[in-house]
Design a protein around this ligand. Structure first.
Ligand code: HEM
Length: 464
């Protein structure tokens, strides 16, 4: 334990008293600012912006301390509500016993039995989507995979996408992202009451989406409805007394589904788009993926049952997620009490950040950390340590805050990557990896163009 001269632990090192300067640097280049903290101060650093104090950690041991050991006093610092668009808290914002009870309900939404029909739906929709591509054309892969992920996520949640245009997702997601930023500002109470244009747009989008959500809730109560969708699970498990959780009214169920939707449809797109670039830049990995996809029987489209037989496709998704974590600034906590981290004092109210981007590329933890090597996920030690709290992969996080959509997201990504590998290759237009907006939670700031090519058939690739 570090000690200051008065016997109390000292604060973590960091730039002192430069609030406005830090804010300017953060807003201008979030990742650059976080990198400089790690470079200058090591495993832990603290900094201030006007009205808020932050502590950032960069090691596996400190990540475990934040995420697991001190979880009761360092819960996620998520905005309690999103500007009234979603009024109930949602899983990520509950704490303690409430969080545990709701977790049990949501884990069952993607249990083994329920994943069967979901995987069938993913396989069917991916196969249909691939029909859109024509060899020789250039496509915006962000647009393409966002379209697919939006449709699949709506169908998983509500049983149908109801022909809801995916443009509806953008204003809703924007309100969530702005919620994170406003939540950290001193004048948040005032800002939340202002007639902000992005809130108006998000409310309008929510109104358009509401008929889909409420009809899914009504359909869930019809005993003749199959009930494969998540909303059916929420309604039936709670109303039939199979869950230790109750919703006060349909609005709360709608809010739960929206909270899932907002967290669900964008991250897989980021992983897939980055993976396509890494595959294009790493022909050996691309051929290994193609070989695996070719082991699926016949020339038939991919099926739900195939998804369990595609470890390499899963490894490609995990490696893309390691090199480009989707949750960079989202993984935030708030100290509910004075506490310590790594022997340094962390006062109540401090926002604690874990940086998966730095953690997942530290040479101390990863061999050739900047290389795209899906093979590292095929064998021990990483595979068996995914659940190990001190393992330096944040990925889908760990218990008690493990991502409840990880099984769905993985199936979606595996299905897209393996389905593509059976038919096409995507080549980047330009050499660079796509740019991501550090201040937009890892999303891409604009279109990402790639050329679609027919997979060479003449040069048969032998199965492993
Ligand atoms: C590539 C895709 C995804 C990634 C990388 C990802 C990552 C994460 C991470 C890192 C967390 C922990 C956040 C924290 O501790 O503050 C999380 C939480 C969560 N995720 Fe995901 N996620 C993905 C997709 C999804 C999907 C598709 C869903 C829903 C269908 C989902 C639902 C949730 C929920 C409900 C939580 C809150 C868990 C809790 O607080 O107990 N996620 N996710």
């Amino acid at each position: 334990m570090q000690r200051s001269t008065n016997g109390n632990p000292p604060p973590p090192p960091g730039p002192k008293g430069q609030g406005f300067q830090n804010m300017r640097r953060l807003a201008g280049d979030l990742n650059g600012f976080i990198d400089s903290l790690h470079d200058e101060y090591g495993d832990i650093a603290s900094y201030e912006v006007p009205g808020a104090r932050f502590c950032a950690v960069f090691s596996a041991e400190l990540m475990k301390e934040v995420m697991v050991d001190k979880e009761p006093i360092l819960p996620p610092a998520y905005p309690w509500m999103h500007f009234d668009i979603v009024k109930s808290p949602g899983l990520a914002r509950w704490r303690g016993a409430d969080h545990k009870r709701l977790t049990t309900l949501l884990v069952d939404a993607f249990n083994d039995a329920r994943m069967g029909p979901i995987c069938e739906m993913l396989a069917e929709q991916t196969t249909a989507h691939l029909e859109r591509f024509r060899p020789g054309e250039t496509v915006d892969v962000v647009d393409e995979f966002e379209r697919l992920s939006w449709k699949e996520t709506l169908t998983a949640l509500f049983g149908t996408d109801g022909d809801m245009h995916r443009e509806l997702g953008r204003p809703l997601l924007k309100s969530v992202k702005m919620g994170f930023i406003v939540e950290a500002l001193p004048a948040k109470g005032l800002i939340e009451r202002l007639p902000l244009p992005f809130v108006r747009r998000a409310n309008k989008a929510a109104k358009e989406l509401d008929p889909l959500a409420y009809s899914a809730i009504r359909r869930a109560r019809d005993p003749d409805h199959a009930g494969d969708d998540v909303v059916s699970h929420l309604v039936r498990a709670t109303e039939e007394g199979r869950a230790d959780w109750t919703y006060g009214n349909d609005r709360e169920i709608r809010d739960e589904a929206y909270a899932l939707l907002f967290g669900a449809y964008e991250p897989p797109v980021v992983v897939i788009v980055n993976a396509l670039h890494y595959l294009a830049l790493n022909p050996a990995a691309r051929e290994a993926l193609e070989r695996e996809a070719d082991t699926l029987p016949g020339d038939r489209p991919i099926s739900g049952a195939d998804l369990e037989r595609l470890p390499y496709a899963r490894a490609v998704a995990l490696e893309s997620l390691r090199l480009h974590p989707v949750a960079e600034p989202l993984v935030g906590r708030i100290a509910l009490e004075d506490t310590t981290l790594g022997g340094y004092s962390v006062p109540k109210g401090t926002r604690v950040q874990v940086s998966p981007r730095i953690l997942q590329s530290r040479p101390e933890y990863w061999e050739e950390p900047n290389e795209f090597q899906p093979e590292r996920w095929l064998s021990d030690p990483h595979e068996s340590q995914l659940g190990c709290p001190a393992h330096p992969f944040l990925g889908f996080n760990k218990e008690p805050r493990h991502c409840r959509g990880a099984r769905f997201a993985t199936a979606l990504m595996v299905c897209a990557l393996a389905g593509l590998a059976r038919r096409f290759r995507f080549e980047p237009v330009g050499d660079a990896l796509p740019k991501r907006a550090g201040t937009d939670f890892g999303a891409f700031p604009g279109p990402v163009l790639m050329r679609v090519e027919e997979r060479p058939r003449s040069r048969a690739i032998p199965n492993p």
